[in-house]
Ligand binder design. Structure first.
Ligand SMILES: [Zn+2]
Length: 1017
């Protein structure tokens, strides 16, 4: 539900990696069955661990082993499964009773160096020395955990060593605490008379964290509805409380909470368990005594006798709708205890029946009234904490509607109580559960970890929770009894007094209130200082800056070697054929009884005015009446037979030719094998064109769509900044910017304000008439060999769609576009946020050019050797780096950056830096840069994604393999050569800054800058 997990640098870094030059698809597929171990038996002891339970989990073809370390009582769960994408994780229950952010700051500082690996940021450094498919550290409201995954066993053991030493033996030095937590520092380091200011990585991070208003609402909501104990506090840290934390408190917190007796260790996959146990026991656990973790336990919340109401304030969303409408309201109920796994499972289904889709009661009573911008981001069922929560909320509502909404919510619950749920609505929700169990998730071992961790953290029955089929059978029986539904609604809603109504209203002075409080706190802190303490602050500031600039010896960290890397991919078995005029790509794969469809429909025939509406069109395509169904029945039919219909814009560059691209939409869905005829029938309904004449529904969907656009901008500001910068140098990206960037938000606001709903309806009609045609389709199917009749059904589907008069087979229509003028342009996207996002982009060469792999390796090299040390470690941005997109545009970016001008200069001066630092281009650094690219290229591909690069981008396995060989062949001289050839300061470029800084501060002499700002100033 709401993302209260503080996914720190590692998530955001990983996000950066995954969005860079290659389109990677996630991992985790079942390989052929090998012998399952029968070695571990209940009651026996292995390396100090007592094996207490062994349980086969049939639904996921795996065996679960639960072990307890005899001396320290450390709990260990191993899930043995024939999956090469192995996972390891260690987690601790961290339950502070204050908002100083101790668990969050600890998560940062344990990664500043440990006994065996005294290196700053060992995780970040391991990113270049490993083939990890995932690496992270996460702080939740009541736990902190450190997971990674890898397909390479040597790599897995390397990472395990670094992770375990970091959590059990961190240095936690005072300077690390000052750097990562908080400190007072002179605004001019060398000048003792300059002002003192607050600094610190987590301090700054948490100042930015609540700029996203949905995060603020989520945090305040949980603090208010669960006020007793740890949930009443901000585990990530409140900037006004963080300065109370001392170094000593941090060290004590580590000794208590990061103790083996408070640890939960998890492994998954096909690597042998025994080595994990041996290493853990010998190196760490055997050296500890048991420490009773009872102080970390979270007690169930005391239930309220009366419901409560409260109001909070937030900042104005500059790019949102009118300020009068920027209010939110939410209703929360505390439901079951997380350890009651059947109740939690059952309530998940109830909540879905109550709020999701046009057949649910709340959708009918709240959303279809068109009084809001739709459900807010808190809406749903939160089963990640001890006391699970149901929340229903609306965004973008006028204040005068609050009372009416409250009445409606109560009436809706009464209605569900008296009328129950419709039988076929229940069936469609249960079908969704069944399909999701069969769908082979690419990162299955990680998904299991993420769903088990919260339950395990409160000592819930984790092995039983894995037996989903048993839970599902019980649920099916119960849901069919009307009295059962009544009882549940009565118990958890009608008679439940632990209920909170919270509203949130924007305040134009919101930032001033915080700034005043911060200034007051600073003043009182400075006033308390003795002359001696002032001297220490000055000295420590200088010392910290010196340590940050020191060159570190990374040789202590393990590193994978070239001979330890094996290519574990093969060309997918693709068949290409034509049916009617539809080109087909067919792939038989190990899809576990599920059939997958993907279809691309060209949109180059549309005029610009209609093209701007495409993202909205893709959003509403499956939400109207069709030839044979009204929209409610159609929704039931779709969710009873398929995973749902997903439609997105698809714009892709030519991999050989500059300035050629395909513009289209991508439709996809999947179903159980036996439902294939129904899925094809549903797609035929869509191709027969829905009826868009319901203007009330169109208005409601347009309002909800526009309201949804601005959420998430701040969390991925660097992506928006790079996209906007690319639109200045490439017409392909100009097209993308209009359909997915900041421009799209502004276009939609204009459309919403300027056009009548009839105009929009007729545009949508024209779009559907022009693109929903069999002669405009190419399709791909993935299926198991158990699905005998697939080809027959597919052939019938395609020939039915095609117009018999048209004989031409549909081919990709590559659209030519003119190159923009080669002026150096910049775009300043003005926004009222406390930090900035900077981007600079330079067009280079397409994917198949021999220079492309060299530039790709260069992007990784300058990220880790130049941009990360300077933009992040020295200049205080949260992240910074470079990447190459598939169309050959070289991108620089910074993330949550306190600077703009300085960072832009760093980007501009790349070649100067390279000239001065040629000796950094040595064998090891070159290898590390290549390794970080292989990390992306060698990610395992899910069965239903095999060959999809070929289908979507024309990128065959052979071309992919050539690229991989070329990456491995890049030489030291190549890096220096392409750096000077393409990245000179005077090279044609585009720039973008998102943030409050004025553009005149950034502009250089030869640059043309433009400023845009949202409608709400
Ligand atoms: Zn953090």
């Amino acid at each position: 539900m709401y993302s209260r997990i503080q996914n720190c640098r590692w998530t955001s870094l990983h996000k950066h990696l995954l969005t860079s030059s290659q389109r990677t698809y996630a991992s985790g597929i079942l390989k052929k069955k090998e012998n399952v171990s029968t070695y571990f038996q209940p009651g026996k002891i292995y390396h100090g661990f007592l094996c207490s339970e062994v349980e086969p989990i049939k639904e996921f073809s795996m065996t679960a082993y639960f072990l307890i370390h005899e001396k320290t009582k450390t709990e260990y769960l191993h899930l043995e499964r024939d999956d090469s994408n192995n996972v390891f994780s260690i987690g601790f229950r961290t339950t502070p009773l204050d908002s100083m952010g101790t668990p969050h700051i600890l998560e940062h500082t344990v990664l500043c160096g440990s006994e065996k690996y005294p290196v700053r940021d060992p995780f970040f450094k391991m990113l270049n020395r490993s083939l990890a498919t995932f690496m992270n550290a996460l702080t939740g409201p009541d736990y902190t955990f450190y997971p990674f995954s890898s397909q390479n066993e040597i790599d897995y053991r390397n990472l395990q060593k670094v992770y375990l030493d970091a959590v059990f033996k961190p240095n936690l030095s005072r300077l690390d605490f000052l750097q990562e937590g908080w400190r007072l520092e002179h605004s001019k380091l060398e000048d003792k008379t300059s002002d003192l200011v607050f600094k610190g990585v987590v301090y700054n991070e948490m100042k930015g964290a609540f700029s996203e208003t949905s995060s603020l609402f989520g945090q305040k909501f949980i603090n208010t509805i669960l006020p007793k104990g740890t949930y009443g506090y901000i585990s990530g840290g409140d900037p006004l409380c963080i300065p109370e934390l001392t170094h000593e408190h941090l060290r004590n917190f580590h000794a208590t909470y990061y103790h083996p007796s408070n640890a939960r260790i998890y492994s998954y996959g096909n690597f042998p368990l025994e080595q994990n146990l041996k290493f853990l026991n010998e190196t760490y656990l055997s050296k500890y005594e048991f420490l009773d973790p009872k102080s970390t336990v979270v007690a169930p919340q005391e239930r309220w006798k009366y419901e409560k109401k409260t109001n909070i304030h937030c900042r104005v969303d500059q790019y949102g709708g009118s300020v009068e409408k920027q209010n939110q309201i939410a209703f929360g109920y505390v439901l079951s205890d997380i350890t009651n796994i059947y109740e939690t499972f059952m309530l998940t289904a109830f909540v879905e029946l109550m709020i999701i889709g046009p057949n649910s009661a709340f959708y009918k009573s709240l959303i279809e009234k068109n009084i809001s911008g739709g459900y807010n981001s808190l809406t749903g069922y939160d089963n990640q904490i001890r006391d699970t929560l149901f929340v229903i909320g609306l965004r973008d509502v006028e204040k005068n509607k609050f009372d009416m909404i409250e009445k409606t919510v109560n009436q809706t619950i009464d209605n569900i109580f008296s009328k129950g749920f419709e039988k076929n609505h229940i069936e469609s929700v249960l079908h969704g559960f069944e399909l999701s169990i069969k769908h082979q998730s690419p990162k299955f071992g990680l998904h299991l970890l993420f769903s088990l961790m919260p339950l395990w953290n409160h000592n819930g029955p984790i092995l039983s929770s894995l037996k989903v089929n048993e839970l599902l059978d019980k649920l099916k029986d119960n849901l069919m009894k009307p009295q059962y539904v009544k009882d549940v609604i009565e118990k958890y809603f009608i008679l439940n007094n632990h209920k909170l109504v919270m509203t949130m209203v924007p305040d134009p002075k919101f930032d001033d209130v915080f700034n005043d409080a911060e200034a007051k706190l600073l003043k009182s802190k400075v006033k308390e200082l003795s002359p001696k303490e002032k001297d220490e602050i000055f000295e420590e500031g200088l010392q910290l800056s010196k340590v940050q600039k020191e060159v570190q010896n990374l040789d202590v960290l393990p590193c994978l070697k070239i001979e330890e890397i094996t290519l574990n991919k093969t060309a997918p078995p693709l068949k290409h054929t034509i049916s009617g005029t539809v080109p087909l790509q067919l792939c038989e794969a190990n899809t576990n009884g599920v059939t997958y469809f993907k279809g691309v429909l060209g949109t180059d025939c549309l005029i610009d005015q209609h093209r701007l509406l495409l993202p909205f069109f893709t959003n509403i395509l499956d939400k109207f009446d069709t030839r044979n169904y009204n929209y409610r029945d159609f929704d039931k039919y779709v969710s009873k037979s398929t995973s749902g219909i997903s439609v997105i814009s698809h714009i892709t560059e030519h991999i050989d030719l500059k300035d050629q691209f395909e513009q289209a939409i991508l439709v996809s869905s999947h179903c159980l094998d036996e439902n294939l005829p129904k899925m094809l029938d549903i797609l035929t309904e869509i191709f027969n064109r829905p009826d868009f004449s319901n203007s009330e529904r169109m208005t409601m969907l347009l309002n909800n769509y526009c309201s949804s656009l601005t959420s998430g901008i701040i969390d991925s500001g660097h992506t928006f900044a790079m996209q906007a910068a690319r639109s200045l140098v490439s017409s392909v990206d100009e097209c993308k910017e209009n359909l997915s960037g900041i421009k799209h938000i502004m276009n939609m606001q204009e459309i919403q304000n300027k056009y009548k709903i009839e105009d929009i309806q007729s545009s949508v009609d024209v779009i559907s008439k022009n693109i929903l045609k069999g002669n405009n389709l190419r399709a791909a199917f993935h299926y198991s060999n158990t699905n005998q009749n697939v080809l027959e059904f597919v052939d019938k589907f395609c020939t039915n769609l095609c117009d018999n008069d048209v004989q031409d087979v549909n081919r990709i229509n590559w659209v030519d576009c003119k190159s923009p003028n080669k002026d150096n342009r910049g775009l300043h996207i003005s926004m009222n946020i406390p930090v900035n996002f900077c981007a600079k982009v330079i067009p280079t060469v397409p994917y198949t050019d021999p220079d492309y792999p060299k530039l790709r390796v260069l992007s990784r090299f300058i990220t880790s050797k130049y941009l990360h040390p300077i933009v992040r470690e020295q200049n205080g941005a949260y992240g910074g780096g470079a990447m190459l997109t598939i169309d050959g545009i070289f991108n620089y970016y910074s993330y949550r950056d306190p600077n703009t001008r300085i960072t832009m200069d760093v980007f501009d001066e790349t070649t100067d830096w390279m000239s001065k630092n040629k000796d950094l281009v040595d064998d090891q650094n070159l290898f590390e840069a290549k390794l970080s690219i292989l990390q992306q290229m060698d990610q395992p591909i899910a069965e239903h994604m095999k060959g999809v690069d070929m289908f979507l981008y024309g990128l065959s396995y052979d071309i992919w393999q050539t690229q991989r060989e070329r990456v491995l062949a890049v030489k030291k001289e190549d890096l220096i050569e392409v750096c000077h050839k393409y990245l000179k300061m005077e090279s044609w470029s585009g720039k973008c800054v998102i943030g409050a800084d004025a553009s005149h501060q950034i502009r250089k002499d030869n640059e043309i800058w433009e400023t845009i700002s949202g409608p709400q100033q």
